[in-house]
Write a protein of this length. Structure first.
Length: 257
């Protein structure tokens, strides 16, 4: 198969490049390096805030653009900018619904965070792995750019209530979490705000839907049913298969003129 050429490639992180919640397999890293050497601009776009992207990348690809919080944060040249945040009234309505459903949450500011969920919840091990931020009270965050519900008495009802409030809602049934971003913020919308409208993309989950739908070449990692019909290629959710597909992209990238 001949891969259509675009000189920017966007990669989701968890479940796409990272399969243990902590780092990227050496085979995938080598393929990414080959992709960059071939002339691709790399963009890493994640539900994680930028703070939690950095330890996973481990200092690699310093020139890459980073999109965090499903589009609410961007990092260009190491400068992190909050490009979307919950309005005060919007956050107050959200908190009313969370309390009504006895919810525990992770709220991210541009850098620091507030956490009220169980200490042993799996998501807790992914928060601030690099010890770069502070865990604070919600009121201490200058703004909230991402809100993750980790426990609730009725996750489905809470997700529907948040949709009714006009928020961007990704209800991850497999992980039993609700991922909320302000307004209609998405990874694709953030990418467009950076002036990138032609690109390749790798993703694995519902929050990658628009990113893959608008890509020139879209690769689905795994078999998430919500991505049926938008991906041009599907590969297994394991490092060897992902590395091979990235290497094919690198090999198909024409030399810069």
């Amino acid at each position: 198969m001949i891969i259509p050429c675009a000189r920017t490639t966007v990669f989701d992180i968890d479940g796409t490049l990272c399969f243990d919640g902590r780092g990227i397999d050496d085979r995938v890293l080598a393929a990414l390096e080959a992709c960059e050497r071939a002339g691709q601009q790399l963009v890493f776009a994640s539900a994680r805030p930028v703070r939690d992207l950095l330890p996973v990348l481990g200092g690699a690809f310093p020139s890459a653009l980073l999109i965090g919080g499903n589009g609410s944060l961007v990092s260009v040249g190491g400068q992190v900018t909050a490009r979307a945040a919950f309005r005060r009234a919007e956050l107050e309505r959200l908190l009313v619904e969370v309390e009504r459903h006895q919810g525990g949450y992770l709220a991210d500011g541009p850098w620091d965070y507030a956490y009220t969920g169980p200490a042993d919840h799996p998501i807790r091990g992914r928060v601030d792995q690099g010890g770069l931020a502070r865990g604070v009270e919600l009121a201490e965050l200058p703004e909230v750019v991402k809100f993750l519900v980790v426990t609730a008495s009725d996750m489905t009802a809470l997700a529907e209530a948040c949709r009714a409030l006009g928020m961007s809602v990704n209800h991850h049934l497999d992980e039993a979490i609700i991922d909320l971003a302000p307004g209609r913020t998405t990874k694709w919308e953030a990418l467009a705000s950076l002036g990138i409208d032609e690109y390749n993309a790798f993703g694995n989950d519902i929050n990658d839907l628009d990113l893959l739908r608008h890509a020139r070449h879209a690769v689905r990692v795994g078999a998430h049913a919500d991505l049926d019909g938008v991906a041009h290629v599907t590969v297994a959710a394991e490092p060897e298969a992902v590395a091979a597909e990235i290497s094919r992209l690198a090999a198909a990238t024409p030399a810069a003129v």
